[in-house]
Design a protein around this ligand. Structure first.
Ligand code: 5GP
Length: 195
């Protein structure tokens, strides 16, 4: 097991409805040393990619994307969730359905912060059905930017998102892939990965 898998086994809580709670170290209380290690690991996995921006989605993606952006020495841009229907032409817009909240949000990125010159590394905390990542990919596409890869802390491998994104031909790196989890026993099974 790698460092993140070990931490998930120690402190993650499996909830009914295919939800893994990691709020004691990743997305409510945050373990900064762990986040720094995540940043270094993504730097290693995307070594040599000409990344100019890290792109994520608020709010829990920001904590993961921050140390990655620091490692690459590039700005971090996060897509904002917007309730406004009066979005002007200065924004890229995508519709994202939230897995955890079961609602739809428009997410927006200002055209000022993403252009066709950009090489984007997309980062998020979880991958479930892939809506969040597809929204971010469509924003990068609208900007004419190049997607250099996608990095996820925890992929739930029993949901469809990972397959969809890999089938699109992108380099998708997930630090932990959960292949099965049981809310009754708390058991978590990881996919073995060579890294
Ligand atoms: P997707 O768009 O891939 O269906 O879901 C990804 C988003 O839903 C992530 O940005 C994450 O915030 C949230 N999410 C999905 N599954 C889980 C989960 O099991 N636990 C937590 N804490 N968040 C999740």
């Amino acid at each position: 097991m790698n460092f993140l898998e070990e931490r998930i086994v120690r402190d993650g809580i499996v909830k009914p409805g295919n939800v893994l709670k990691v709020d004691s170290f990743l997305n409510h209380q945050m373990d900064i040393a762990l986040l720094d290690e995540i940043g270094r690991e993504f730097k290693r996995r995307f070594q040599g990619k000409p990344v100019t921006k890290v792109l994520t989605i608020e709010s829990s993606g920001i904590a993961i994307a921050y140390p990655v952006a620091r490692e690459f020495g590039v700005p971090l841009v996060f897509a904002k969730k917007s309730k406004s229907i009066n979005i002007d032409g200065d924004m890229y817009v995508a519709e994202v359905e939230s897995f955890t909240h079961r609602n739809k949000n428009q997410v927006i990125v200002s055209k000022k912060f993403l252009t066709k010159e950009d090489h984007v590394l997309i980062i998020d905390d979880f991958l479930a059905n892939g809506c969040a990542l597809q929204g971010l990919i469509s924003i990068a596409d609208d900007a004419g930017a190049t997607v250099e890869g996608l990095g996820i802390a925890i992929e739930k491998g029993f949901q469809i998102g990972g397959k969809v994104i890999r089938n699109l031909g992108y380099q998708l790196e997930s630090l932990a892939i959960v292949d099965a989890m049981d809310a009754e026993t708390g058991a978590i099974t990881f996919r073995s990965q060579e890294n």
